[in-house]
Write a protein that binds this ligand. Sequence first.
Ligand SMILES: Nc1ncnc2c1ncn2[C@@H]1O[C@H](COP(=O)(O)OP(=O)(O)O)[C@@H](O)[C@H]1O
Ligand SMILES: [Mg+2]
Length: 393
Amino acid sequence: MPVLDGPFFPGAGTSPWRLEGREEEIRLWERVMADFAMFGRTQARHLVIQGVRGVGKTSLLKEFAETALREGCLAIRVRCQSSGRESLMDRIRASLDQALEQEQPTRRSAVTGVEVRTPLGGFGLERQVSEADPTLLDSAFMGSVLAATAQVVHRGGIGLAILVDETQYADRRSLVNLSELVSVIGEQDADRPPFHLAFAGLPKDTAAKVTRSSSHAERVYRRIDLGHLDPDSARDALQLPVQAAGGRWTEPALDLAVEASGCYPAFIQEYGAAIWELRHTDEQGIAVLDERVAARGIELAGPQIESYFDAAWEAAPPLGRQCLVALAEAGGQLRMGELASAVGKSSSSEISWVVDDLTRRGTCLKPARGVVVFGRAGMQDWVLERAADEGIA
Ligand SMILES: Nc1ncnc2c1ncn2[C@@H]1O[C@H](COP(=O)(O)OP(=O)(O)O)[C@@H](O)[C@H]1O
Ligand SMILES: [Mg+2]
């Protein structure tokens, strides 16, 4: 058995022991891979995955990449950066060059030829892309992605997948070119190349950016909103890795941990790791996580958890903080109209921009139309304390 520090993996982009509760998303991706393997192409729409920080977007893209590589599909993951000195296209080009140089092993890796014969394979790129702003188009880039796809297939692979993370920072020109490329591909019939795209990023900005980059986004892309786990999956995410590591939870301890996490993936890992640290060993040598251990672990994880609240608080504008305080004082749930009057505004439209901002950052959630709650478990009490400290309660 591999030596692990423990069965939990807190942090950004650190994959969990196993992804729980993402079966639907994984199945969608597996279908694309199966299409590539069987038919050499797919009808499936390209993916736009949105979710707040800590919900598991990067982990999901990593899972996609692993699945793809296992099936013989070359997958490259590219992360956009806020500084944005290099365009997304530059990064894709560099990753593709590097990946193809390394002779990625494919399922049928006996074929190792490197010749590129049909870069554009009869695609009428120039004619078909004319709907977009021509000054943005870079047919050499599109051609190079198609050439890379052809090369992967030529070497015995089943296709190429490009997985773009932090899409909210992507430059418009790169998105326009990727969208045009997948539109052109979508118009092909039999000779459609096996190429698939998945974008991941923060809510709103990601879908908005990707949608604006395409003249028929609704036909090309499928949007997936990644949220908190359902309670059963959250339970599994805490229980199964512990079991696999040779430990066990007592039932009340597990309940405590599920509740503390609020089914938020990042908190599941944070609390899980802190609780695991405190495990004790029973007579049979089994690591036990009981109620006392869980309660103490939850307490010890406090500073780590609070750093999420701190970041959310710091990022909120003054009106946002007022809203958070009002929400906390009201017990953690308010209707928009009630929240507006609680912060001295006459209508909910006056706070909608700030609630949008809080929602985008995951600080708040709107579980139903017009209803606002905290987005991360435990923030309510923290806000009350913070407000008292700052004298704004
Ligand atoms: N489906 C899941 N089940 C359990 N833990 C998860 C799941 N998805 C992500 N995590 C954990 O949550 C944390 C945040 O994941 P990450 O992929 O970095 O999120 P994001 O990219 O959305 O910010 C990591 O510690 C990761 O291990
Ligand atoms: Mg991420």
